[in-house]
Design a protein around this ligand. Structure first.
Ligand SMILES: [Zn+2]
Ligand SMILES: [Zn+2]
Length: 373
């Protein structure tokens, strides 16, 4: 079939809308009509080349839509089902999948940025040229063929724009707090960055009973947004010492849990100092490929701090995505308020400009207005 997709030909270039040929789904694949897709920092990083991908590629990995067709071996979804898309289609059989940590899947994780589906081939073509997939999904298009394990069946009474965001940014931020840091009631939680991931971490900290939810962001609008999502304190790092401010808010102790949703080296070094002895630092934002994290070695031993990464919210997407949508439906996870601007696919490049200008919590490209909301 012919589909319209936003194609990246060369790093740094704008995406260009093209009509591509999309093959029918293979036996363990699903054809999805995309209703909405968020635009995530990882898409921007690949557009710039910081996260490499084979080119040309159709970006987009935070999407939701409606199943159109399924391969012969697919039994868990059928045409008409609403699905959120997981960019880590776990195999279900490797030691990480068996051990309950499917986002570390030994089969899918190494293949994430290979630009193909699970069998190593592509379904998108531009004339004679193959066009690559992104994170198994490529949601910047009106339709996508995805691995069956990426199609997470969801309730059909939640807006697909909401489901799209839960498929990456929300799960990433929420899961870092709940699954990785396991925030306890009464904790102090420090969160760097008040974009879609950071605000999802704010919602998770509030839902987990954190006493203090402290958010650091240089943008005044973002700090206001954090307060609206339940942050108890906000810090402007351009005018205040974050470490001093956090200690002043926590009886001199520092935060029990720190979530870094930014991923710059300066933030990671500071996060160590802003976190209490015995506390946990969870790095979520992905730094540049050559970055490293330096911590003071003697204090690392004596203060018994945990320093850990968290990929995709350390989640089990098949369980956690439906659970988060249940929380949304119950009014306890206002994901819709993360959407600061919507765009048609024709204006996809504006989303990157607005993201870089710091104007967005989340920008969402809407392909099917009726289904998205
Ligand atoms: Zn993402
Ligand atoms: Zn696996």
């Amino acid at each position: 079939m012919h589909v319209t997709a936003a194609v990246l030909e060369k790093y740094g270039d704008p995406l260009r809308l093209r009509e591509l040929e999309l093959d029918a789904p293979g036996p363990r694949e699903v054809l999805v009509r995309i209703a909405a897709t968020g635009v995530c920092a990882s898409d921007a990083h690949t557009r710039s080349g910081r996260i490499p991908s084979p080119l040309p590629v159709v970006l987009g990995h935070e999407g939701a839509g409606v199943v159109v067709a399924t391969g012969a071996e697919v039994t868990h979804v059928e045409p008409g089902d609403h699905v959120a898309l997981s960019w880590m289609p776990s195999c279900g059989r490797c030691r990480h999948c068996e051990g309950g940590r499917p986002v570390l899947c030994a089969v899918s994780a190494p293949a994430l940025l290979r630009g193909t589906l699970m069998d190593g081939s592509v379904r998108m073509h531009d004339g004679d040229r193959d066009v690559h997939h992104y994170s198994f999904l490529s949601t910047f298009a009106d339709h996508a063929v995805v691995p069956a394990a990426s199609a997470i069946k969801i309730r059909d009474d939640v807006p697909l724009a909401v489901a799209a965001l839960v498929g990456c940014g929300v799960l990433t931020g929420y899961g870092a707090v709940v699954n990785r840091a396991k925030v306890a009631p009464g904790s102090s939680v420090l969160i760097y960055g008040a974009g879609g991931v950071g605000l999802s971490a704010v919602m998770a900290a509030c839902n987990s009973g954190a006493l203090q939810v402290i958010v650091v962001d240089p943008q005044p609008d973002k700090r206001d947004g954090a307060a609206a999502f339940g942050a108890t304190h906000v810090i402007d790092p351009s005018t205040q010492s974050v470490v001093q401010a956090v200690r002043a808010m926590t009886d001199g102790l520092g935060a029990d849990v720190t979530i870094d949703a930014v991923g710059s080296e300066g933030v990671q070094a500071e996060a160590f100092d802003a976190t209490a002895t015995g506390g946990t630092i969870v790095c979520v934002g992905v730094p540049g490929p050559d970055a490293s994290i330096a911590v003071p070695g003697a204090r690392f031993v004596r203060e018994e701090k945990y320093l850990t990464g968290s990929l995709y919210g350390s989640s089990r997407p098949g369980q956690d995505i439906p659970a988060l949508l249940n929380l949304f439906a119950a009014g306890r996870l206002p994901v819709d308020k993360l959407v600061s601007q919507t765009y048609p696919l024709e204006r996809i490049n504006d989303t990157f400009d607005d993201m870089h200008a710091g104007r967005l919590r989340r920008g969402v490209v809407v392909l099917d207005e009726a289904a998205a909301w």
